[in-house]
Structures are given as structure tokens and as C-alpha cells.
Design a binder for this molecule. Structure first.
Ligand SMILES: NC(=O)c1ccc[n+]([C@@H]2O[C@H](COP(=O)([O-])OP(=O)(O)OC[C@H]3O[C@@H](n4cnc5c(N)ncnc54)[C@H](OP(=O)(O)O)[C@@H]3O)[C@@H](O)[C@H]2O)c1
Length: 273
């Protein structure tokens, strides 16, 4: 497992995404991910699976302190009071005394950003969370957040069809992680001719090539979700794949700008602000 130093914290650069995983499927997938070496789990209040993720983590032979555990506040839980009470609920569900990272899942137009972030900072002071982060924040909002409290991560959609140059530059300049969600573009990369060709040259899979492209970037951590044991293992093995500068550039050239974005609900912020 490789790690990146972010503000003195060592964060595993490949994480396990759990959106859409519930019940025994979720339990088995998380248990397998931990057994084969993942040390970074991504869940959210919205996913309705914190309880199962917590059970799998508790039952695993991996010590809790070896795992970087992230959860996210539901958009309805952003007032100061709900930040605290809903995080306490998350911790009970996750069967842990603290999470390593708590994110604002989506920016809000209802609750002032300072109210939410100051309440999250108080949770750091009280030891309920290790660090504060955001998700789906465009550059101007990341700057606004950083002016209120230290931000350890911004989790955004990032894959070959959607470049994130502005957010990446901010992450490197201010030493926070750019966590790449939907890193496989939900499977779209699997049929991409450029990626398929590079994969064949390396005897690897298109998913591994895509993850290796993300892992080659400083301050980036992809969090692929997979269900079957073989995919869970194959995705982790992407860390062993080294691509040439030319191969990396060919994948970077697949960028489609905003047209490449998959996750774009009506409530989404102005991404380029
Ligand atoms: N912050 C946010 O707003 C936000 C939004 C979206 C996602 N996320 C996080 O990011 C994680 C990952 O994103 P995602 O789930 O949207 O998309 P993703 O990881 O890009 O793609 C997941 C899809 O790819 C398939 N897959 C995984 N590994 C594969 C492999 N080796 N070969 C072929 N297919 C493979 C999975 O199938 P199977 O499951 O059937 O194996 C699943 O259908 C989520 O689980 C969640 O934790 C966060």
C-alpha cells in the first residue's frame, strides 16, 4: 500500500468506494477489501451502509488504527447541531470512536459554510474526527473553506474524461488530497480504445491502467468501488503498474471538459466557479 503525506497525515492512496453497496454484499466486499490490503474506506451518511461497513471493519483482523475511514455529512445535516449529532450517529453505526475524515458531501446554499465548518472543527478538537474535508467543491468554494478551517481533502469526480487541473493545482499548493470518485467513470473507461491498447501492452486491464494513471499523480487518491473479489483485488494491484510519460499523456488527452462529467445533479454548484 502506498501513502501520501497530507499535512502530516499518511493517507493510503487507493481507497475502497462503497456507494450502492448494502447488506451482505457490502459486508463481504468491505471484508474482502480489508483482507487483501485496502486500508482506506469511503462511506457516507447518504449511502445507508455505515452500519454494515462498521460491522465489516470491526469483524476484520485489521486494527482500526490501520484504516483511513472517511464518511460524509448528508446535505440535511449541515447545521451546527446536526453536524455534531449526526456525526455521533455515524460513529455509533460505524462502531468506532472517531472517523479519520469527515466531509461535507455537497456544498449547501441553505446553511452558511462557516457554521458547518466551525462545527466540524470543534469535532476535531473533541477527537470525534481526525480531519475536516469537503466534496464536490469547485475552486472558489475550496478557497472559501480553507479560509475558515484547514481542509485535508476535496473529494470530486475525477477520471480520464474529466480533468481537474484547477482543483489539482489548489490541492498541491495547499497540501490537501484530491480524492478521485468515480475513477473508472463508472465503467466507461473499460471500452476506451486508447486505454484498452495501453492495457494490452502491459498485460493489465483497462481499470488498472486508469487507476495507475490517477495513482501517478501527486496528491490524488482514487476510491474505486467493486463488488466481486477478483475486481477488488485487481483494482488494488493497479498500484504495481507503472505507465510511461507518453502513456500518461495519451490518457490525459482523453479529457472532454465538462461534457465528460457524470455526476451533475440539479443542486450541483457551478463547477467552474
Ligand atoms: N462524493 C461524492 O459525491 C461521490 C459520488 C460518487 C461516488 N463517490 C464515491 O466514489 C466511489 C467510486 O465511484 P463510483 O462507484 O461512482 O464509480 P467507479 O468506482 O468509477 O465505478 C464503479 C463501477 O465499476 C465497476 N468496476 C469496478 N472495478 C472494476 C474492474 N476492475 N473491472 C470492471 N468493472 C469494474 C463496478 O462494478 P461492480 O461493483 O459490479 O464490481 C461498478 O459498476 C463510490 O463508491 C463512492 O464511495 C462519491
Amino acid at each position: 500500500m502506498s501513502y501520501v503525506d497530507v499535512q502530516g497525515r499518511w493517507i493510503p492512496t487507493i481507497g475502497f468506494g462503497t456507494w450502492k453497496l448494502t447488506g451482505s454484499t457490502c459486508h463481504d466486499a468491505v471484508a474482502h477489501a480489508l483482507a487483501v490490503g485496502y486500508r482506506h474506506l469511503d462511506t457516507a451518511q447518504m449511502y445507508g451502509n455505515e452500519d454494515v461497513v462498521g460491522q465489516a471493519l470491526e469483524a476484520s483482523a485489521v486494527p482500526r488504527e490501520d484504516v483511513w475511514l472517511t464518511t460524509k455529512l448528508l446535505p440535511g445535516n449541515l447545521t451546527a447541531e446536526r453536524v455534531r449529532t449526526s456525526t455521533e450517529e455515524s460513529l455509533r453505526a460505524l462502531r468506532t470512536e472517531h472517523v479519520d475524515l469527515l466531509l461535507i458531501h455537497w456544498p449547501s446554499t441553505d446553511v452558511p459554510l462557516a457554521e458547518t465548518l466551525e462545527a466540524m472543527a470543534a469535532l476535531v478538537d473533541d477527537g470525534l474526527i481526525g480531519a475536516v474535508g469537503v466534496s464536490n467543491f469547485p475552486p472558489s468554494l475550496v478557497r472559501e473553506a480553507m479560509a475558515i478551517t484547514p481542509i485535508v481533502a476535496n473529494q470530486v469526480e475525477y477520471h480520464p474524461y474529466l480533468s481537474q487541473d484547477a482543483l489539482l493545482a489548489l490541492a498541491r499548493e495547499h497540501d490537501h488530497l484530491l480524492t478521485a470518485y468515480s475513477p473508472l467513470a463508472r465503467g466507461r473507461v473499460l471500452d476506451e480504445p486508447v486505454i484498452v491498447e495501453i492495457a494490452e501492452e502491459h498485460g493489465a486491464t483497462p481499470a488498472q491502467v486508469t487507476l495507475a494513471w490517477l495513482l501517478a499523480q501527486d496528491h490524488v487518491a482514487p476510491i474505486p468501488k467493486a463488488t466481486s473479489p477478483s475486481r477488488i483485488e485487481a483494482n488494488l494491484a493497479a498500484a504495481d503498474l507503472a505507465l510511461s510519460d507518453d502513456e500518461l499523456a495519451r490518457i490525459t488527452a482523453l479529457d472532454e471538459g465538462q461534457a465528460g462529467r457524470i455526476v451533475d445533479p440539479p443542486s450541483a454548484p457551478d463547477w467552474e466557479r
